[in-house]
Ligand binder design. Structure first.
Ligand code: 13P
Ligand code: 13P
Ligand code: MG
Ligand code: MG
Length: 376
């Protein structure tokens, strides 16, 4: 059966700053999806990660379908109404356009989708991250799909022996989707050269070279490109099909034990370690640390099993302890050096006015000539 797996997520308001949505807000989103989505959807799952609400859906209308996108957009509008009634912070934060125009891409919400022929068993993972941006997935995806040090399946599984194709997007380009396709393993060093610059080059999708089937889809929106200023972080979602010709679930999850420093946390302007957290977790320390959750599913004819919380296992408690230490260590240096993002990212914030004012106060000193030199 051919079906489409879509996830659309937005920050539409939060309790106590940017911590998490309210139960009433979530109920409003749920209510809309269940009532209005009955005809359109095969199944749906709604969750939150930090202050972001994600709607995972299965249907048969393909990628970028207007009816599906409108369903999610309208659900977020309903949630925003509740957020306003409850006085939540940042009500409708990610809904950057006034009216829906056919596709939520470019309107604020993040979207990741893929269409495929459902396998007899179809395990997949849904990731959601808060207080960071889509480049946060670059390293985990590289390790999972291209590095045999992380993924023994690249050596052991016949269906993975040919490697994977990475589609990488230049998210600085505002005129349209500027993408490059690179093959692992032959072009590993080229892939690495791009992915190291996670604010500019973002993995958009990963494909099996043996079968041509899509393994991963990542949201790539950069809100400051839409709004022209800082309106919140581009908290990304991701879908990954696992097992058989794709990496095993454990191979996809393993890189998250590294907790790499990623862009985000306080005011979206810092470098902080990415902490794997349980589903429906809020945010705390320094509007962070950046968090990532993962729900594992099986499905049949587009119907989901219950989600399994991939980062709830006791193993991740040790990782979380280590991430907390790493986060506090980074925060010891405050605004200094690598703790904050480079100017290219901060230029969407109010710091530009400050620097503009200071620039006018700079004076250029005249070079003084000493008397001795005058006699020479
Ligand atoms: P099972 O034998 O439990 O199916 O595990 C197979 C596997 O490859 C796990 O990585
Ligand atoms: P969000 O993008 O998650 O709303 O976070 C915004 C922020 O600036 C937190 O300090
Ligand atoms: Mg927010
Ligand atoms: Mg958020």
């Amino acid at each position: 059966m051919k079906l489409t797996l879509s996830v659309i997520k937005a920050d539409i308001g939060s309790i106590g700053g940017h911590i998490c949505p309210s139960q009433q807000l979530l109920a409003a989103v749920h209510d809309h999806i269940h009532k209005q989505g009955e005809e359109l959807l095969l199944d749906s799952y709604i969750s939150y990660t930090g202050d972001d609400v994600a709607i995972v859906m299965t249907h048969q209308r393909g990628v970028g379908n207007a009816a599906i996108h409108k369903l999610a957009w309208d659900a977020f509008i309903k949630g925003t109404e509740t957020a306003k009634q409850q006085g939540l912070y940042g009500a409708g934060q990610d809904l950057l356009k006034d009216a829906f125009s056919g596709n939520v891409r470019g309107m604020g919400p993040a979207v990741a989708e893929m269409e495929f022929e459902e396998r007899p068993n179809e395990p997949f993972l849904f990731f959601a991250a808060d207080k960071t941006d889509p480049g946060a997935y670059n390293l985990p995806l590289y390790l999972a799909f291209a590095d045999p040090m992380n993924t023994p399946g690249l050596m052991l599984a016949p269906g993975m022996a040919q490697g994977f194709r990475f589609v990488i997007m230049d998210v600085n380009c505002t005129e349209g989707d500027r993408i490059i396709e690179l093959n692992a393993p032959e072009e590993l060093y080229d892939i690495a050269a791009l992915l190291r610059d996670a604010e500019r080059y973002v993995v958009e999708s990963v494909w099996s070279r043996a079968t041509g089937k899509q393994a991963a889809a990542v949201s790539t929106s950069r809100l400051h490109n839409i709004a022209g200023k800082y309106t919140g972080k581009d908290d990304p979602v991701m879908l990954i099909r696992v097992q058989k010709d794709f990496p095993a679930t454990g191979e996809i999850l393993a890189p998250y034990s590294i907790a790499p420093l990623v862009a985000g946390a306080m005011r979206g302007s810092h470098q902080m370690p990415l902490m794997p957290v349980q589903l429906n977790s809020g945010i705390s320390y320094f509007d962070g640390p950046p968090v990532v959750s993962c729900a594992a599913f099986a499905m049949h004819n587009g119907k989901f099993t219950e989600p399994v919380d991939a980062f709830a296992h006791p193993f991740w408690d040790t990782v979380r302890d280590r991430v907390s230490e790493k986060a506090m260590e980074m925060r010891r240096q405050g605004f200094f050096g690598a703790a904050m993002l480079p100017m290219s990212e901060l230029e969407y914030t109010g710091i530009m006015d400050k620097l503009g004012r200071l620039d006018k106060r700079f004076i250029q000193r005249q070079v003084q000539t000493s008397k001795e030199e005058e006699f020479v």
